[in-house]
Design a protein around this ligand. Sequence first.
Ligand SMILES: [Zn+2]
Length: 199
Amino acid sequence: MPQARLPDINTAYIKYRTEAIMALKQRNWGILHGCLTAINGLLPPEYQVIISSVDYNQQAKTEITYHCNHCEKDVEKEYIKIFELMPNAMQLLLHGHNANKVWNCIKCHKLNQLDNTRVSKTILQNPTFLGVVPDPPSRTNGLMDRMKFNIEIERWGWLTLGELEFKMGKFRDDNWKRGDNDDISNQLDFSLDNKDGAE
Ligand SMILES: [Zn+2]
């Protein structure tokens, strides 16, 4: 990346971000989408935010795992099928009338009793910048759909802008804070940034 391009990128970035925030406030979704796409386009590919619902859902999902007491491995919830074993006479005697809830480990194929299974839940900390956002919501017909659409696209807009801010910050840190381009850093006008951030 030629150093001379950096101030241009910064200037364009500030302009698009100001416009994107304005568009969010005015609910002008076409302009919002255009500005966010433009900011992404300013960034070199390795800093760009990926827009993909498939990738986003994969990364943002809550991970629930069941721990197998036989092979000591963790199995994701989607692979767990719980079923009931009818109690035999001895179990009836010991535990009363309850059926045995069990699940079959896909890794060692042994049965685990649900009662004795350790279940873990992994949730992403907030804020977490994944570098990926879902596809923008699409507009459908009908008044209720439009209200829902407005809420969803606003949420999408802020999410995407936040991710872009994070990437742009990283891009700046990686490229503009080295000693060898102090002269470029001095040329940058960051004053608009603070004004935007204070809103
Ligand atoms: Zn197992």
